[in-house]
Every structure is written in structure tokens, then in C-alpha cells.
Design a protein around this ligand. Structure first.
Ligand SMILES: Cc1cc2nc3c(=O)[nH]c(=O)nc-3n(C[C@H](O)[C@H](O)[C@H](O)COP(=O)(O)O)c2cc1C
Length: 185
């Protein structure tokens, strides 16, 4: 059974990226023998990366817990919001903590990157940059990707995805990603 970890790079309660990655997690669960764990970075609040905190006492507790989650997963779904044409500080900080000694836990992990924004491009610049960072860290960044433009109109009051185009893309891309991840595992 493939263990998939899913999260978004936003701390916002009504985060569109959290809603999008939730929809991707649902699609993954529906497509078969996978176990999906959906988490929020709010539950792993980490200090800003500071090498002084990496000393003898070990990593900050939440950075350690977050790294462990990644290490134990076989594949990841990450939705990347866009701030000023780039990835959020929160997501970059979490990626950085998980890249540090004793082990870069991104190495060899299959990852599918999604992105959502109220804008017309669905945070695609941020998605592109997230893929680039993870590639540099040795993750197997999947060719499958999904961007959700006009995210302010893409979800209903219950937070469910109602944009048919994005729904169709998820149904096409997520099973393809799971196949990719299974082959690598
Ligand atoms: C500091 C800041 C900068 C932003 N810059 C962009 C941007 O460059 N492109 C974009 O599409 N949206 C931008 N936005 C709007 C975000 O896409 C929007 O706030 C979105 O809801 C954030 O994702 P979330 O809903 O998952 O928290 C920006 C928002 C903030 C707070």
C-alpha cells in the first residue's frame, strides 16, 4: 500500500491550496490501494531556518516531526500558493528544514506539485519554482501537475472542488502520478 502525504504551503484557514490538495487526496483515495495522510503546516509550526538551532540539542521538535512524516511517506502531493510570483515563505521554510543533516528526506521521493490562486494562472509560477527546488533536492518530481486558476470561484461553501476543468485534470493526473510513484517505490 503506497503511503501518500498531502499538504499545502499555506497557513490560512480557508486556504484554496489546502482545498485543492484535499481534492487531490480524495482522488488518490478513490483510485485504489493508497493510504493518504492530509496534514496542515499549522500543526507543524517551525521557527525560521536558523543553523544555530541545529546544534547539539537536535532539530526543533516540529521540524523533526515534519521531517519524519516525509521520511515515512512513499509519495507526496504538495499544493503551492503564490506570493509575489514565488513560493510562500512557509513552504520554503518547511522544505529547508527537511533538507538538512542528518538526512535530506526529499531525496528519492516522488512528488506531484499542484497550485491554486484566485488569479488567471493558478499560481503556476509558484508551482514551477516548487518543482525546481524539489528537483535540486533529489526528489522525483512527477510530470503530472495541476493548477487551479480563479480559485475563489472553484470551491463551494463546504470547501469541495466544483470547477469541472480542474476536477477533470485531477482525475487524469493523480492516477498517473500514483503509477509513477509505485514504479519508483
Ligand atoms: C503577499 C501576497 C502576495 C501575493 N502574490 C500573488 C501572486 O504573485 N500571484 C498570485 O496569483 N496570487 C498572489 N497572491 C494572492 C494569493 O494567491 C491568495 O492570497 C491565495 O488565497 C493564497 O493561497 P491560499 O488560499 O492557499 O492561502 C498574493 C497574496 C499575498 C498575501
Amino acid at each position: 500500500m503506497l503511503k501518500v502525504l498531502a499538504f499545502a504551503g499555506s497557513l490560512r484557514k480557508e486556504s484554496y491550496n489546502h482545498k485543492l490538495v484535499s481534492a487531490a487526496a480524495e482522488t488518490a483515495r478513490a483510485s485504489g490501494d493508497v493510504e493518504v495522510m492530509l496534514v496542515r503546516l499549522n500543526d507543524y509550526e517551525m521557527p525560521f531556518m536558523n543553523e544555530d538551532l541545529e546544534g547539539e540539542k537536535g532539530l526543533p521538535e516540529n521540524a523533526r516531526r515534519f521531517r519524519e512524516l516525509i521520511e515515512k511517506s512513499d509519495a507526496l502531493l504538495i499544493s503551492s500558493p503564490e506570493y509575489n510570483s514565488s513560493i510562500t515563505g512557509v513552504l520554503k521554510n518547511a522544505i529547508d528544514w527537511a533538507s538538512r543533516p542528518p538526512k535530506n528526506v526529499w531525496m528519492g521521493k516522488p512528488v506531484m506539485v499542484l497550485s491554486a490562486s484566485p488569479g488567471a494562472f493558478g499560481a503556476s509560477s509558484s508551482g514551477f519554482q516548487t518543482r525546481q527546488i524539489l528537483l535540486q533536492l533529489g526528489a522525483y518530481v512527477a510530470p503530472q501537475k495541476v493548477a487551479c486558476p480563479h480559485a475563489d470561484e472553484a470551491f463551494n461553501e463546504q470547501g469541495q472542488l466544483v470547477n469541472e476543468f480542474v476536477q477533470k485534470n485531477l482525475k487524469k493526473m493523480v492516477p498517473g502520478f500514483l503509477e509513477f510513484a509505485k514504479k519508483l517505490n
